[in-house]
Ligand binder design. Structure first.
Ligand SMILES: Cc1cc2nc3c(=O)[nH]c(=O)nc-3n(C[C@H](O)[C@H](O)[C@H](O)COP(=O)(O)OP(=O)(O)OC[C@H]3O[C@@H](n4cnc5c(N)ncnc54)[C@H](O)[C@@H]3O)c2cc1C
Ligand code: FES
Length: 273
């Protein structure tokens, strides 16, 4: 069976040649652990075309703020490398969080990039410096309120930064990329229906979680990739019934393709899975 996951290229968009990925080995993670333990020169992997909207603006603004933590370094490092390669004349500030100095990927390169004209890099260690604060951001990017910002990291960092930008009234300047899916909630009246996974002969009661999570809890192993509606790996046919998506759309159409990871039952549902 082919397993699909999304990974952000870390390389500069201005250089051709090899693609570079940096993948954190998750405890219990299927694909990341497999790659960590088995990927070797010569391993063949399938790649689909790059997609997404987490990209640098064009034309370039006067300055750019980059904020990341953990494996969220990959897309913002790509942006930083790209700006340096194209000799971007503006100011670019990177605020990066890792637990300890030993947990900082690309530490030497970040130190080198910080010596380039217009580039400021601040690496914070959460074990000693604590988590994100407005003071950390102002320290590395005093004019952040006038600049677009690109943020990628775990949910707690994303929430803290979003809260600051919203409080400052500059929420529209913040661009985000999440690696982990947000929770999907279904209104109480939609919960309690019967979900039937027809091919497997398994029946469960809708509890507001996604159909993917409900299938997994029932012991099924449907294919998935991003778990947030990006990659379509989890697409299955809904035979009949009412579902609600994370975007708040409800559908009662028969015989339609749905993404199990961003859809929950909003009544009785039959899935061809
Ligand atoms: C746009 C995008 C870009 C990304 N870029 C990167 C990147 O550059 N680098 C990077 O390291 N990652 C990146 N990711 C994350 C990556 O796609 C994977 O999610 C990550 O590698 C984990 O995959 P896995 O197969 O190892 O873990 P999985 O097996 O999918 O599990 C993920 C986590 O969920 C838990 N889990 C698994 N199954 C269940 C279950 N049934 N119920 C409850 N919990 C469960 C596991 O224990 C694990 O902690 C990106 C994600 C997205 C959406
Ligand atoms: S798992 Fe990627 S769209 Fe559902």
């Amino acid at each position: 069976m082919r397993r699909t996951r999304c990974y952000s290229p870390a390389g500069s968009a201005r250089r051709g040649g090899d693609l570079e990925f940096t993948i954190k080995a998750h405890e219990g993670g299927l694909v990341s652990r497999h790659l960590y333990e088995h990927a070797r020169a010569g391993t063949v992997l399938g790649l689909s075309a790059a997609e997404g909207t987490f990209t640098l603006p064009s034309p370039r603004p006067d300055g750019v703020v980059l904020i990341a933590a953990g494996s969220g370094i990959t897309p913002v490092l790509s942006m930083l490398r790209t700006l340096v390669d194209e000799q971007y004349p503006g100011a670019v500030s990177l605020l990066y969080y890792a637990r300890t100095p030993a947990d900082v990927p690309y530490a030497d390169e970040l130190a080198r990039l910080a010596t380039r004209r217009g580039v400021r890099v601040q690496v914070r260690h959460t074990a000693t410096d604590g988590h994100f604060t407005a003071a950390h951001l102002k320290d590395v990017a005093p004019t952040f309120a006038q600049l677009p910002a690109y943020l990628c990291g775990p949910p707690a960092l994303m929430d803290a930064v979003r809260e600051l930008y919203d409080a400052e009234g500059i929420g529209e300047q913040l661009h985000t990329e999440a690696f982990t899916p947000p929770a999907l909630t279904v209104p109480a009246e939609g919960v309690g229906g019967r979900i039937r996974f027809v091919r497997s002969g398994v029946e469960v009661t809708g509890d507001g979680r996604t159909l993917l999570e409900q299938a997994e809890s029932a012991g099924l192993t449907p294919e998935y990739g991003c778990r947030m509606g990006i990659c379509f790996s989890c697409t299955q046919r809904k035979v009949s019934g009412v579902v609600r998506t994370s975007a708040g759309e409800q559908s009662a159409e028969d015989d339609e393709e749905i993404q199990l990871c961003v859809t929950a039952a909003a009544g009785d549902v039959d899935i061809d899975c």
